[in-house]
Design a protein around this ligand. Sequence first.
Ligand code: ASP
Length: 342
Amino acid sequence: MKSKSNILLIYTGGTIGMIKDSETGSLENFNFNDLLEYIPELNLLDCNVSSKSFSKPIDSSNMKPSNWLEIGTIVEDNYESYDGFVILHGSDTMSYTASALSFMLENLSKPVIFTGSQLPIGDLRTDAKENLITSIQIASLIEKNQPVIQEVGVYFEYKLYRANRTTKINAEHFEAFDSPNYPPLIISGVNLFVNYDFLLKPKKNKKLVVHKIFEPNVLLVKLFPGINEKMINHILSTPNLKGVIFETYGSGNLTNEKWFLKALKIIIDKNIPVINVTQCVGGSVDMNIYSTNILYRNIGIISGKDITTEAAVTKLMLMLGQNISTNNFKTKFETSLVGEMK
Ligand code: ASP
C-alpha cells in the first residue's frame, strides 16, 4: 500500500495567514501552529501536512532576494523528507518570488506550489481555504510513482499556472492572477483537469541544484510617451548598475530618437545587459518588425520574447549572479531555462 504523501507548508506572510482582531478590526497574523483550528478540513486530506513559518511573517511588499533565498533554503533542507511543498505568500509580489524560485531550483522534480488569498483565512467569505486545500492536493498528486507536477506553480482561484508565466492582474477579484502567454497546468472543477501536454518534464536523475546568488543592482524602466533624455541619463547613471529591463511598447518598440539610442549604446558598450520586455499583458517582443526595434536589435539589446516582467527581473538577477560571459549572456537570456518563454 502506498504511504501517504508528506507535504511541507511554508508560511511567509500575507493575507492568507491573517485573522481580524475582533476588537480593533485590524488584520493580524495568527499562530501558524493553530492552522488546524481554522481549517479542520486539513484532517480529511489523504496526506501528512507539516508546517514551518518565517519567524517574522512579512507582507509580500517587503519581500527581497534575501527572502527568496530563505524560502529556497527551506525547500533545499527539506527536499528529501517531503513529497511536495506549498508556499503561502502574499499575492502582491507572489509572481516575483515564485518566478525567482523557479530559476533557483534547478532540476526540481517535486511540486512547489505558491498560493495565497484575497481575504483572510478567518473571514466568512474567504478564498483562503479552497486555495490552500487544493494546493495541498495538487502538491500530493502522484501518478506512476511520480509527482504529477515537477515544477514551481501558482495556484489561485481554481487554476494552477506555471509560476514564471504569472502576473497579478486584479486587486479585487478572487481571480487575482493570470498567465497570458501559457495555458493553466491544472483546472480545478469537480475533478482536477491536468493539462499534461503543458507540464515541465525535468531531466531524469538529476540532483537538485539551488542557485543562491541574486544580483540586486538592476533597473526596471517603463517607457511612456514624454520620457526624456534627462530622466533616462539620470537613471542609467545609477552607481554600480548591472542590468536594465525596459518595458517597451507593443511588440518591443522603443523611441528611435537619437539621444535614446545613444544612451542605450553607452550602457551596452559597458557590458551592462539591456532587456526588452513588452508592457502589453499578452504577446511577445519581436525585434524584426519595425525600425523602432530593429535599430536596437543591431546594438545588442536582448529580446525578452513573451516573458513576464516578473520573470525577466528575477531571471536577470539570477543570471547576473552567475559568471556568464558577456558573449553568452544574450543567447542564454533568450533561451528558455524553465519554460518561462517560448
Ligand atoms: N499585501 C498583501 C501581501 O501581498 C496582500 C496579500 O496577502 O494578498 O502580502
